[in-house]
Design a protein around this ligand. Sequence first.
Ligand SMILES: [Zn+2]
Length: 85
Amino acid sequence: MDIYCSRCGEPWDIDTVLRESPEEFERMQSLITRCPACPEDPKQISEKAKKRRAFLHVLSDVMGDDIDDFASECENLENSGILDD
Ligand SMILES: [Zn+2]
């Protein structure tokens, strides 16, 4: 299952984030706050990624450090179409 970087929106497999290369990510509980795909220039972050970030912060507050539930809610968010409006 994937979780999304709250900064740039890149999807990452939980195993990569937790076990394979955790040193490459900055996190606050379940939330990825910086990943290897994040652009240096914040202007390169898409509107969709900015919208996603707002939702991810709320989800993270609710889920705390339960990363599996967080990933499941990330998937629901991506499939809901709400980010595409
Ligand atoms: Zn990122």
